[in-house]
Design a protein around this ligand. Structure first.
Ligand SMILES: Nc1ncnc2c1ncn2[C@@H]1O[C@H](COP(=O)(O)OP(=O)(O)OP(=O)(O)O)[C@@H](O)[C@H]1O
Ligand SMILES: [Mg+2]
Length: 269
């Protein structure tokens, strides 16, 4: 159940890059709000502005126009913001330093906290987080990022989330580098995070089928705009925008079947 705290609210925000003829309207007059404990997916094709919107939520980019608030306030102190709002990005390798062991970097995650736990508690929490993403601690002992696969590294990013326990998670294509089986696991971990930590999650993907599976609400994006938003069943069963139809057309058959299965089971006989 969602409570009524508003986590993010965007009021006619726009983010542009460049100027003149070369101007890119990455986010173009977008308004929405996201409540605590909601899972909202931003879905859309490449370049439609999903990651830029994610960066606004993380306080990395300020919109040029409009008002963007986190819990009713503008984001002023990024470090403070990141204690509560964390991210998992497309490329896990860019989030870890190649020259330090993974374990030491997982432990470093505690540095953003105001009060670091004791060494013993940090070690325990790293172990618990690894187990939560199905990695036995000895598997990564003494290992560096380049010694792990892309999928394993994505799980390390999720492990970091289990360690930090942020209130809000922005997950930007966290399943892009993994095969179908690991993808299903990662989605399960995300659900686990939501259930156990009562997290608010913004999930970003090209795949409306995946989004359908994990979300309370979908925002369909196209060319910097949210062209449609609503509950997954409403958006997928009676799409109002041609861009939604296009995304539905593009999804893998297995997800189409799944949506169809759900659809018939929710329609009374
Ligand atoms: N720092 C930047 N400088 C200039 N243009 C940018 C910058 N960041 C993003 N853009 C442009 O803004 C638009 C939206 O980019 P964004 O990264 O949000 O796309 P996306 O929806 O995340 O795409 P993908 O699914 O491929 O990750 C693109 O046209 C991109 O080239
Ligand atoms: Mg992106």
């Amino acid at each position: 159940m969602h409570n009524d705290v508003t986590i993010f609210s965007a009021d006619h925000i726009s983010c542009t890059f460049g100027s003149g003829k070369k101007i890119v309207r990455a986010v173009d007059d977008v308004s929405f709000s996201i409540a605590s404990e909601e899972i909202v997916s931003l879905v859309g094709g490449s370049g439609c502005g999903k990651s830029v919107l994610a960066k606004v939520m993380l306080g990395l980019i300020q919109p040029q126009t409009g008002k963007f608030l986190y819990k009713g306030k503008t984001i002023e102190n990024q470090i403070k913001h990141w204690r509560e709002v964390q991210s998992v990005f497309q490329d896990p390798f860019s989030c870890f330093n190649q020259f330090f062991t993974i374990r030491s970097q997982l432990k470093d995650s505690f540095n953003v906290m105001e009060k670091k736990p004791s060494n013993k508690e940090m070690e325990d929490r790293v172990d618990q987080a690894l187990l939560a993403v199905n990695i036995k601690p000895p598997e990564i002992e003494g290992k560096y990022p380049f010694e792990l696969s892309g999928g394993q590294m994505q799980r390390m990013l999720l492990a970091r989330i289990f360690i930090l326990r942020p209130q809000v998670l922005i997950a930007d294509e966290p399943t892009s580098m993994v095969d179908a089986c690991v993808r299903a696991n990662i989605l399960d971990y995300l659900m686990k995070l939501k259930e156990e930590l009562k997290m608010t999650i913004v999930f970003i993907t090209h795949d409306i089928g995946l989004a359908y599976y994990v979300s309370d609400r979908l925002f369909i994006m196209h060319k910097g705009k949210i062209v449609e938003q609503g509950a997954p069943d409403d958006v997928t069963l009676s799409p109002k925008s041609e861009h939604t139809l296009q995304l539905l057309d593009d999804i893998p058959d297995i997800h189409k079947e799944w949506i169809k299965g759900r659809a018939t089971s929710t329609v009374p006989a």
